[in-house]
Design a protein around this ligand. Structure first.
Ligand SMILES: *Cc1c(COP(=O)(O)O)cnc(C)c1O
Length: 359
């Protein structure tokens, strides 16, 4: 089909997910630049080398860097590299690895079991790690080997540097490695105003999955090993899993653009600002309540089902299966006027639903 026939109104901005957005100019520019001539395949190219070095500069350390197609693969393969099949991984009940990866972490690790802790807003605590790590010591139970935290969490909450350090200390006390799912890591850096280094290896994180797709990249996530020996043979693991891109330059080039210009951070700052703008105005709408504190680029709302149905009928898309509330996500390119349109419709729908309910 000719793309000219896709109407602009079918492409209107939505707030269902930050991965509804397109490619930001800085990523696009270097992607286009990389589309010249022939270079060696499978990562042996100048863009892949440049992107990896840019990550080492950004994180102020000599980490091992890999590029995969998506976050599920990044998390699963990273966790698999920390574990033997008889090991287990401690996570929170809302963790993406537990709820949204279709068993991929268990699959790619050949059976390492996820040990799930109940938590507030998707946050794992040192106490929960201690409890699960000491629950059983016998040979019949999968041996805890790692813990994973999501920064920001699936419901948009942040771990402060001190919290990450405390989690890392709990991990070390029990011989556990620490993985961070950073699908929206840039939003955490932007909101906490702490450096990528402080939020990861300086606080004891062994491996980070750094998300790109939700922050203005076309595709792809980076896997960063700060604990270098853990990266041994990770390239083979990627290849076996179908995650080794032959044209690796096209996964790496957008990162070169994002890291060189600082778009990785300014994109996230914009998305976070949009969430704050929306939250501040939503608070004034009757019969709509913000649930989780707004700390990154998402806002979770509770309101009667009728309100949400009316909002959907007006063409708005949003998810309600994450954290049990209606989720609104903001992107690198979110337009304020589109947020205002959404707010007007939400206010109208809430009023209509209220009128219908009270007769
Ligand atoms: C989006 C997301 C991922 C990655 O999802 P993919 O669709 O596999 O790229 C991982 N973790 C969290 C918390 C996410 O929100």
């Amino acid at each position: 089909m000719d793309s000219a026939k896709i109407a602009d109104e079918d492409l209107a901005q939505q707030f269902a997910s930050d991965n509804y957005s397109g490619i930001c100019p800085d990523a696009w520019r270097v992607l286009e630049n990389a589309n010249r001539g022939h270079v060696t395949s499978y990562g042996d190219d100048p863009w892949t080398a440049q992107a990896a070095n840019a990550f080492r500069d950004l994180f102020e350390t000599n980490c091992e860097v890999f590029f995969v197609f998506n976050g599920t693969a990044a998390n699963s393969l990273a966790l698999a590299s920390l574990c033997q099949s008889y090991h287990s991984v401690i996570c929170c009940d809302q963790a993406h690895v537990e709820t949204d990866e279709c068993g991929a972490p268990e699959f790619f690790s050949n059976g390492s079991k996820l040990l799930v802790a109940q938590g507030e807003d998707g946050k794992l605590t040192p106490d929960a790690i201690h409890e699960l790590a000491t629950k059983r010591k016998d040979i019949h139970y999968p041996k805890p080997r790692a813990a994973t935290i999501t920064q920001p969490t699936e419901t948009g909450r942040l771990y402060a540097v001190e919290e990450i350090a405390a989690i890392s200390a709990a991990c070390k006390a029990h011989g556990l490695l620490l993985h961070m799912d950073g699908a929206r890591f840039a939003n955490a850096c932007a909101s906490l105003k702490r450096s990528p280094a402080e939020l990861t290896w300086k606080s004891g994180v062994d491996v980070l999955c750094f998300g790109g797709a939700k922050n203005g990249m076309p595709v792809g996530e980076a896997v960063l090993f700060f604990n270098l020996p853990l990266a041994t043979d990770f390239d083979y693991r990627c290849k076996q899993a179908g995650q080794l891109a032959s044209k690796m330059r096209f996964l790496a080039a957008p990162w070169v653009g994002m890291l060189a210009s600082g778009a990785w951070l300014s994109n996230a700052e914009h998305a976070n600002r949009c969430a704050q703008y929306f939250a501040a105005r939503v608070a004034a709408i009757p019969n709509v309540k913000i649930v989780s504190a707004v700390e990154a680029n998402s806002v979770f709302l509770e309101s009667p089902d009728d309100t949400l149905e009316r909002l959907r009928a007006r063409g708005w898309r949003f998810y309600t299966f994450i954290g049990g509330a209606a989720r609104f996500m903001f992107s690198w390119d979110t337009q304020m006027k589109r947020i205002d349109e959404m707010l007007r419709d939400l206010e109208a729908c809430a009023a209509e639903a209220h009128a219908a309910a009270t007769g």
